[in-house]
Design a protein around this ligand. Structure first.
Ligand code: NAD
Length: 357
């Protein structure tokens, strides 16, 4: 069946990097039998300029209709002074909410060729390939009651509620186990079960779900230990699954282990397997239009799209392998270049990946 992919280039470097990712999709379509159609839409500042809204109704309909969405990035100084609902970033939030994306998948991959870019010693991170699965819709960021109240003695206290239902834990755990089946079949669940009842339930439900995945090994870590292990020996992890708050912190920490913001992809998935795929970086207005942005994070987002929404793990691996090959050839965009190397531009990098494919 033909899969419909919606392309949302966005603002700043978005259109430049997405154009290279589209070259990769076109190559897979023409030469590797990938059955897809591509549709284009407006999101963010460009959508404000043309249609008066950062998330226009036309884009909403296109997104509902698509099997997967590939996004560049949105935002920029031109739209910063607009009222909050009119800002590009509000459009992206509305899209994520609309699609009910509850699972955020953030790989931290460090190609061995780039190990010098990390803040950790190269031998600790070279070849790092882990996936953080973060629950995105629940937990303490949305739990009720919340607020700031004044006590009888006049002192104020702030409070939030960390709450997870069994069904919410179960569905994110299933995403993690399914993802592990396409990787090294190991899941580490991160919680704070020694201090929080919500984590006790989390652990119980994850263990129950694990019974359906006897081919995947499950382990547990308390979040404080997980943070320590991430910087001590990050290569021990395959898939790490956790709640909204812990995942927010751990995924940024893991991303920084790789040291190169232009290289990292991400996915936000809903219950139907529809996903929004995007690099983790923003629209980089400081380098927009110069043709020097790194398109590899977006190209690796295509690999995630193939793996998780289109169920094409072999093609996903092909794309990842092609990226490894161009790095082996010594090609580097400015952000990942090292002393003695000549940087190539966005288009040359995209062309090299297509040639490697
Ligand atoms: P940014 O990620 O856009 O840029 C941070 C730094 O990294 C910049 O120096 C930039 O040049 C560099 N960089 C980022 N991506 C790169 C790439 N592919 N290749 C080479 N260098 C790259 O973050 P920022 O400067 O804080 O934000 C700029 C705009 O992007 C803001 O309007 C912000 O709101 C928006 N933003 C959007 C998203 C998104 O669309 N998902 C995410 C973050 C920020």
């Amino acid at each position: 069946m033909t899969s419909k992919i919606l392309i949302l280039p966005g603002d700043g470097i978005g259109p430049e990097i997405v154009a290279e990712a589209v070259k990769v999709l076109e190559c897979l379509r023409q030469e590797h039998g990938l059955d897809i159609t591509l549709d284009y839409g407006l999101l963010g500042g460009g959508a404000v300029d043309v249609l008066g809204s950062p998330y226009p109704e036309a884009t909403r309909r296109q997104a509902q209709d698509a099997d997967a969405i590939l996004l560049g990035a949105v935002g920029g100084p031109k739209w910063e002074s607009l009222d909050r609902p009119q800002r590009p970033e509000s459009g992206l939030l509305a899209l994520r909410t609309d699609l009910q994306c509850f699972a955020n998948l953030r790989p931290a991959i460090l190609y061995p060729q780039l190990a010098v870019a990390s803040s950790l010693k190269p031998e600790l991170v070279a070849g790092l390939d882990m996936l953080i699965v973060r629950e995105l819709n629940g937990g303490i960021y949305v739990g009720q009651p919340r607020g700031i109240r004044t006590l009888e003695n006049g002192e104020r206290e702030g409070f939030n509620t960390m709450v997870y239902r069994e069904s919410e834990i179960e569905r994110i755990a299933r995403i993690a186990f399914e993802a592990a089946r396409q990787r090294q079949r190991r899941v580490c669940s991160v919680d704070k079960a020694n201090a929080l009842e919500v984590s006790e339930l989390w652990r119980e439900v994850v263990e129950r779900v694990a019974k359906d995945y006897s081919d995947v090994a499950l382990s547990h870590l308390y979040v404080d230990n997980a943070a320590m292990q991430l910087v001590r020996a990050p290569k021990q992890f395959d898939v790490l699954v956790t709640g909204n708050l812990f995942g927010d912190i751990l995924s940024d920490c893991a991303a920084m282990l790789t040291g190169s913001i232009g290289m990292l992809p991400s996915a936000s998935m809903n219950a139907q397997g529809k996903g929004l795929y995007e690099p983790i970086h923003g629209s980089a207005p400081d380098i927009a239009g110069k043709g020097i942005a790194n398109p590899l994070g977006t190209i690796l987002s295509v690999a995630m799209l193939l793996r998780y929404s289109l169920n094409q793990p072999e093609l996903a691996e092909r794309v990842e392998h092609a990226v490894g090959q161009v790095l082996d050839q010594g090609l580097r965009t400015l952000d990942i270049t090292a002393t003695g190397m000549t940087a190539v531009g966005t288009q040359a990098m995209g062309d090299a990946v297509v040639a490697a494919l």
